[in-house]
Design a protein around this ligand. Sequence first.
Ligand SMILES: [Zn+2]
Length: 444
Amino acid sequence: MKQSIAFIFLIFSLSILTAQDDTRIYDIINAVSAERIEKDVTTLVNFGTRHTLSDTTSQTRGIGAARRWIKSEFENISSDCNDCLEVFYQKDLIKKGEGARIVKDVWVVNVVAIKRGTKYPNRFIIMSGDIDSRVSDPNNFTSDSPGANDNASGMAGTLEAARVLSQYSFESSIIFVGLSGEEQGLYGGRGLAAHAKQNNWDIVGIFNNDMIGNITGVDGVVSNRDFRIFSEPVPPTETEEERRARRFYGGEVDGISRQLARYVYKTTKTYMPEMNPMLIYRLDRFGRGGHHRPFNDAGFAGIRIMEAHENYTQQHQDIRLEDGIAYGDVLKHVNFGYAKKLTTVNAINLASIAWAPPAPTTVEIGGIVEPAAKLKWSKVDGAVGYKIYWRDTTSPTWDNHRYVGDINEYTLTGIVIDNFFFGVAAVGKDGHESPVVFPNKVFR
Ligand SMILES: [Zn+2]
C-alpha cells in the first residue's frame, strides 16, 4: 500500500512537467469543425473572384466584399468571447508598375485579429491564410476565380482556429490574419512584416497556411494524413560573421525557422499520431513562393504548412474543360475533413507556444577537447525549468533530451560535443515548451 502511494506520488510529480497531460490540448483538437470550415470556404468561393486587383465596392463580388466579410466574421468571433480579439485592417498602397503583376494602383489590405496575451502581450505567434485568388493569367482580375483550395482553405482554417482558441486565455499573443496580394508578389506578408518591425513586435514565428485542403495528388497518390512543413535552413538576414561561425560550430540546418518546423513536427507527432508530418528542408516548393517568405526576409521565423499531394490542374487555372480534364480550383475538390486536421495542427501549436514561456535569448556551448558538452543559457521569466536537446548530426529531429530543472548551466557528462548538435528550450508550469534554441555563443 505504502509502495503504491509512493508510486502514485511519483507519477503525479512527473506529470507536472508533461504537456501531454494538459487536457486543454485534446479539447482544442475535438473542437475544430470541418462543417464550419466548409461553410467558410463556400462563402469565400461565392465572392466570385478575390483577386487582389478585383472590385472593392460591390457587396457580393470581389476582394472588397471578401475582406469585409472576413473582418465581420472575426468581429463575430470576438463578440462570442467578451471582445477578446482586436480586429483591424492593416494596409499598404502599392503603386502601378511596382511589380509585373501590379497593373494599377491598389490597396493591399490584410485583416488582422489579435488575441492578446496576458503575460507577454507584445510577443506574437501568427497563423495566416490568404484572402486573394487568381486564374491562369495572374493579372486577370475579372474572371471567376474561386480559389477554393488556394487559398480559401487556409483562410477558413485561420477563422476556425480563431473561433476555437478565442475560448482560452494565453500568456502570449496569437495573431490570426488573412493576407492579401499573395498571388501578385507576396505584398500582404511584406506589409504585415514591416508593420511588425515598426511596432517592435516580438514575433515567435508565422505559420503560413497555403493550400490545406487537397488530398488527391496529380501523381495519383491519395492521402488525408500526409502534410508538409517547409522551412528555410538559416535566416537570409544572417551576418557575414554568423556565416563564418557556422563553418566551425555548425548550424547549417538549425536556423530559427527550422526550429519552428521541428516544433510543429513534434507537437503533431505527440498529440495527433495519426498524421504524417513531412519536414521539407527548403524555403518553399521548388522555385515557388509563399507568404512566410517576407517574414523570413525581415528576420522572423516562418514556415509553410500545406498539403503533401498537390494537384496542378486545380491551381491558378481558368475554369474550363480541356482534353477531358476539368481545370479549376473549385469547391468540390476541397476535402474539409483534411482541412480540419491541418487547422488542428495549427491550433495546438499556437496554443502550445502561447502557453509556453519565451525561449532563452542566449544559449552558449562549450566542451572543446573535453569528454563532456557544456551548456549555459539566459534564464527566462516564467520558465519552471529547461530541457537540453541533442541529436545525431544527421538526424532531422531532436531525438534526445534531458530535463534539468530551473538552472542556467549544465554539463552533459560523457557526451562529446563533436558528435551531436545541441539546443535548449524553456519549459513552463503546464509543461509547454518554447521552440529549441541552437547555441548562439561559444565559450572555452
Ligand atoms: Zn496560389
